[in-house]
Design a protein around this ligand. Structure first.
Ligand SMILES: *Cc1c(COP(=O)(O)O)cnc(C)c1O
Length: 435
């Protein structure tokens, strides 16, 4: 496919076009189609933006109706019918049933906008500058959020010093035998540790970009207790693994914790439209009117699809149950694959429909598997500090048949790449997750 115009006109900064060097023309559900009409199964979902699939017909119908009826499209932060509809849906379907009391702050439409607002607010509330973030954390690439993002690839591009963040080891950073929470606790308890009293802690319950690292429920609960004990706000960045990715609307629900601030974006609009939200406990709302602004805080088309997504998928437990079933399928499949490639050092980790096939660092195996999978018709990305984790991130609504077909491609790509790399003396036929 001729990518010349992209090469000629676009900055070198472009990224995903290099991993998937075709021109995509259409998308439907869990399939993408290139200009030649070739279909690809989407195991990437716009990095978690398309939890309900591409061009979800229910949401699209709602959006088209709204546009056709002269609905307000841009509204700054004025009151509109679309925003009212979203607020009502959020209240009725998400907050009330979970007994959550949050005030909503609409920010600029990208995830990093929500993170910036959350960090600003936490620092204002506590009157302190320092914030704790974690190794492998990803929170966006604008200056405030970039300071909380761990990966040097992004940090190097900043051009200025990135400060007021202290990085602490995430759960499991030193392996299963080291309790990183005890380490953090010791530093906080010790006035001689050199750690400035933080205003807040910002954490992902599953690190999406950082390598599908899963925080245990216990670790999260201990983190919450530590925040309470040391007067720090707990910010959960649920931008990638919220909106149902783990099987619950919020990824922290199963841990039973109650974050002070939550950021949402990616799949919030449900349709791939930009929209972000900060949820804050009402008593933290120290904002002065207009003190934080943004031209695109009122993406009303996104409000409409977001509200419709809540009404369609969060009025009962069907989606959650289906995610749990698909999680088992993907998990079994990948674990069988890792097991049958004994000696290659593969392992599996994840929660819900974010599952990572972890490869040993050094041979670029995960990238090679992803490239081979793309040749075979599956769009999939890697994550982790060294791109060592193949990240399986299908739409939550993916039909079982497509999910299995995609997994077959992953299986084939993995065994082929391992064989080519001499990592696997004999290619065992994998029985997949078909138990
Ligand atoms: C993607 C992501 C962000 C940043 O969102 P953008 O829309 O790319 O600015 C922040 N936090 C997490 C956890 C993310 O996955």
């Amino acid at each position: 496919m001729d990518l010349k115009i992209f090469d000629r006109m676009e900055s070198e900064v472009r990224g995903y076009v290099r991993s998937f060097p075709v021109i995509f023309a259409k998308a439907r559900g869990s399939e993408l189609f290139d200009e030649a009409g070739r279909a690809y199964i989407d195991f990437f979902s716009g990095a978690g933006t398309l939890n309900y699939g591409h061009n979800n017909t229910v949401l699209r119908e709602r959006a088209v109706d709204y546009l056709g009826s002269d609905g307000v499209v841009h509204g700054l932060d004025m009151a509109t019918s679309a925003k009212k509809y979203f607020l009502q849906a959020m209240d009725r379907l998400i907050l009330k049933p979970r007994n959550l009391e949050y005030t909503l702050q609409f920010t600029g439409p990208t995830g990093t906008n929500a993170v910036e607002a959350a960090l600003k607010l936490a620092r204002q509330v506590k009157g302190r500058q320092n914030v704790i973030s974690f190794t492998r954390g990803f929170h966006g690439v604008s200056m405030g959020s970039l300071a909380a993002t761990a990966n040097q690839k992004f940090r190097r591009a900043a051009g200025v010093s990135l400060g007021n963040i202290s990085f602490m080891p995430f759960d499991g950073y030193f392996g299963p035998d080291v309790n990183t929470m005890a380490y953090l606790e010791r530093l906080l308890d010790d006035p001689g540790s050199g750690l400035d009293h933080p205003a807040a802690v910002i954490v992902e319950t599953v690190q999406g970009e950082g390598g599908v690292n899963v925080a245990s429920q216990r670790w999260l609960r201990e983190l919450e207790q530590l925040c309470r004990r040391h007067d720090m706000l707990l910010i959960v960045d649920d931008i990638q693994v919220g909106c149902g990715r783990t099987g619950h609307f919020f990824s922290f629900e199963t841990a039973g914790i109650s974050p002070d601030i939550v950021t949402l974006s990616k799949s919030l609009s449900g349709f791939g439209l930009p929209m972000s939200l900060v949820l804050l406990k009402p008593e933290l709302d120290v904002w002065q009117p207009g003190a934080h602004s943004g031209t695109f805080r009122g993406n009303n088309l996104a409000f409409v699809t977001a509200a419709q997504a809540l009404e369609t998928y969060w009025c009962d437990t069907a989606l959650s149950e289906s995610v749990a079933a698909k999680e088992r399928l993907v998990r079994d499949w990948l674990e069988n694959l890792a097991h049958s490639c004994r000696g290659a050092g593969l392992s599996v980790r994840g929660r819900g429909l974010i599952q990572g096939l972890v490869t040993p660092v050094g041979d670029d195996l995960a990238n090679r598997i992803a490239r081979r999978a793309f040749e075979l018709g599956v769009v999939i990305e890697t994550s982790g500090a060294c791109d060592e984790v193949l990240k399986v991130l299908p739409a939550l609504t993916i039909p079982r048949e497509q999910l299995e077909r995609g997994l077959e491609v992953i299986e084939r790509s993995t065994t082929e790449v391992l064989a080519a790399a001499g990592k696997q003396p004999r290619v065992v036929h994998v029985a997949g997750g078909r138990s």
